[in-house]
Design a binder for this molecule. Sequence first.
Ligand code: ZN
Length: 218
Amino acid sequence: MKQFTTFPVFHGITDKTDGLFINRDERQEWFAQRYPGTPYFEVHQKHTATVLVIDGKVQPSEAYNTTADAIVSKQKNIIMAVKTADCVPVLLYDPAAQVGAVIHSGWKGILANIVQKTIQVMKQQGASAHHIQALLGPAINVCCYTVSAERIAAFREAGLPVHDNALCLAESVAMQLKEEGVDRIITPVTCTSCQSEQYFSFRREGPDHGTMISFVCL
Ligand SMILES: [Zn+2]
């Protein structure tokens, strides 16, 4: 599990050495063993731009059955997590307002601008863009992400960066964060597909791939 000392809230990003995390029981158990008594929240990810707010009334089982691709919360001592294997996991935190968020954004989430939606919801919870800090986890990179001409055209039309017939998803997410006024962004250069000893990749491994978990805990 990776942690970044410059990101100002408790967080982590798992890799292949931590587990496959294919089913929810495995994920819950892993967190229950490491952080006893800390509820584990994830949502039913569907490449949407839907944001779920965890406000103390929402139970982990309800969140699990809610279709969404981002979680925003001010609640202390809960794990809020997203699963990825090529898509970009985005961790956000406003240390002044103490509002945190996690986002799962692949190409669909980027075109739907889930980053913008999540920051809007964080603002409703008291955050301000210039206080928000961001950490992007491992995602598929230009070297391994050739896509269709239609998808390239859609990214161009949205004003997002393209590299001939390939995309760097993290680059687009970083651009969207900057457009919202988030300037402090940690973006390690990764590629889930070619760094195969470290990361799971949907594109490389197909539908039976494992998953990385990225989480924040206030
Ligand atoms: Zn690559």
